[in-house]
Design a protein around this ligand. Structure first.
Ligand code: NAP
Length: 467
């Protein structure tokens, strides 16, 4: 007699844990879902194990077997999200309207189907301060994911919603269904060659096509740059690569953006909440996100440069970015851009503590977004204990050390160093280096003395140490 555990992928068949949850899909070998659910179970002390099942056919039979063999809950992924509905005893209203189920919850006589992709994306967006309520939205794409996104935008009271797609009829179908389900006419289909029909305004852009998944992909719709100028916030459902050409463009335009990794996270968390009838806190959500993020992007390919002002962090960081193909971020410049104020003005207007809090905020943000990036940090950043942990979390930390005389020579003529606005900057540098040296050393994975070396040699050393 066959068992649902015959379908479990290699390495998961002999699990002895008392309760079981899992996922049906094809392909399924590389699913990231076990990371989410097992991390939740470990942290909450819940004795549950998540098992990926390779289901190619006989979906209904497999759903029935899972129920008979006591599986508490299941995720459903490609290609079964629509067909699984026929195997269920009940379907939640939102999942019915979206026409796709990604979560099965055990009830007395079978499974009830839910769609947590939709509220999962909303929760992810809210966690990134990207609002939907009363926003005009442009949804790019009209496949299965766009359908859930359109439902989400209607559910969370977006204002006007344009669905723009290569195949007009696919956009029209979603628009008709959503206008009917919400008794509205705020949804409008747009064919991609008629994009100029969308009125000039500011929009939340949600990119739902599969364009951007592959290295050679360009923008999702090859239309004028002015089209993308209408974005005031941007979401791409794709999470690998971390930055699609669409997100890179948004980043260049300094538009708040997020990729699809937090959507993956929160659809999983919301399924877990349904199975176990619990609420997962935002703190635990963030902790699971970090684990997921590391598994997907391998944080270790980021380089974090710490050291006193004038130690060469920005110069060397920019050199590495140019010569070795890294992204580059200078946290001071990043703060100035975000605050629309110089560091000098921030210090003068709000004081040092305010600036230090901004630094922590920026670090937290970079911790969830940086991939193959060199981050040049402000000289005082590692002083705060909280920052030290985040810095280590982001990537390999390199301390660029230099003697106080070297530093003085490098910075003596600069006018944008508020901490040196004093009577005897040479003495101040000496004292500060004495205090900060042990801090930089303790946070760093590696220390490089920069006094006698040229930029090229320092950069090559950093790359060798980071790989
Ligand atoms: P889908 O149903 O296959 O839809 C694909 C969409 O991409 C359609 O709108 C299609 O347009 C468009 N498209 C495909 N090739 C195109 C091309 N060459 N030029 C222009 N448009 C093109 O896929 P889906 O399930 O909606 O998924 C879409 C994306 O969302 C995928 O990349 C997936 O990885 C991502 N996703 C992420 C999450 C997450 O948790 N982060 C969850 C679900 C999906 P036509 O209608 O004209 O064919």
């Amino acid at each position: 007699m066959s068992s649902i555990f015959d379908y479990a992928i290699e390495g998961y068949e002999t699990n002895l844990s008392s309760k079981k949850i899992g996922i049906f899909g094809n392909p399924i070998k590389h699913t990231l879902s076990p990371i989410i659910h097992d991390t939740l179970s470990e942290n909450l002390g819940i004795d549950e194990k998540y098992i990926p099942f390779l289901i190619e056919k006989d979906l209904k039979k497999c759903v029935d077997m899972a129920f008979d063999e006591g599986i508490l809950g299941l995720n459903i992924t490609v290609p079964h999200k629509q067909n699984v509905i026929q195997a269920l005893v009940e379907v939640d209203d939102a999942a019915k309207a979206i026409g796709a189920v990604n979560t099965l919850v055990r009830i007395s006589n079978g499974y009830k189907g839910y769609n947590t992709d939709m509220p999962g994306l909303a929760r992810a967006m809210f966690s990134e301060n990207i609002a939907i309520d009363n926003k005009n939205v442009i949804i790019i794409g009209a496949g299965g994911a766009a359908r859930a996104v359109a439902y989400m935008c209607n559910y969370y009271n977006a204002n006007q919603i344009y669905i723009i797609n290569r195949t007009y009829d696919n956009a029209k179908k979603i628009v008709d269904d959503m206008n009917f389900a919400f008794d509205t006419n705020r949804n409008m289909p747009i064919s991609s060659d008629n994009y100029s029909a969308i009125p000039k305004d500011k929009y939340l852009f949600i990119q739902c096509t599969s364009i951007g998944l592959h290295e050679k992909d360009g923008l999702p719709l090859i239309i004028g740059d002015s089209f993308y100028d209408m974005a005031e916030a941007a979401v791409d459902l794709i999470y690998n690569p971390a930055e699609t050409p669409f997100l890179k463009l948004m980043k260049d335009k300094n538009i708040p953006y997020m990729n699809g990794l937090k959507m993956l996270l929160y659809q999983g968390i919301m399924a877990y909440e349904l199975w176990n009838d619990i609420n997962v806190s935002d703190e635990l959500g963030e902790m699971v996100y970090k684990t997921l993020y590391k598994a997907v992007y391998n944080n270790s390919n980021n380089i974090v440069l710490v050291g006193y002002m004038g130690s060469g962090k920005s110069t060397i960081g920019k050199y590495i970015a140019k010569e070795f193909g890294y992204n580059f971020i200078d946290t001071d410049e990043y703060i100035e851009l975000k605050q629309k104020m110089t560091i000098n003005d921030i210090f003068a207007t709000y004081g040092e503590e305010y600036f230090r809090n901004l630094e922590t905020e920026v670090l937290r943000e970079l911790n969830g977004k940086s991939v193959k990036t060199v981050i040049s940090t402000g000289g005082g950043m590692p002083v705060k204990k909280e920052n030290q942990e985040i810095l280590r979390d982001i990537g390999k930390v390199i301390y660029l050390a230099a003697k106080s005389e070297t530093i003085y020579d490098r910075v003596k003529n600069s006018t944008n160093r508020p901490l040196l606005a004093c009577k005897n900057p040479r003495k101040k540098i000496e004292e500060m280096i004495k205090t900060r040296n042990p801090i930089y050393s303790s946070v760093a994975d590696y220390i490089i003395e920069t006094d006698e070396q040229n930029i090229k040699d320092i950069a090559s050393k950093i790359i060798a140490l980071s790989c």
